[in-house]
Design a protein around this ligand. Sequence first.
Ligand code: SF4
Length: 82
Amino acid sequence: MEYPKKPLINSEAYLARHCNGMDPNIFFPSYNNKTEQAKAIAEASLICEGCPIQQACYELAVKNHEKLGIWGGSYFGGNRRV
Ligand code: SF4
């Protein structure tokens, strides 16, 4: 039996995402210490606040077992130090 494929995110919402056109490195920050890390995570998470696909972004990251970056406003561990 085949199930209809339903997109997780509709294209209108996807185009309206808050990070559209931004430098992706914002969501994969480099830092030298815990203070810089906290600041970078807070700044990226703020961009995600109220994003029309925030929940879907987070759920997709969980589904994909993301280990690095900020997705849906949440930090997914990882250490990317400069
Ligand atoms: S929730 Fe996801 S799609 Fe929206 S701004 Fe944050 S990283 Fe981008």
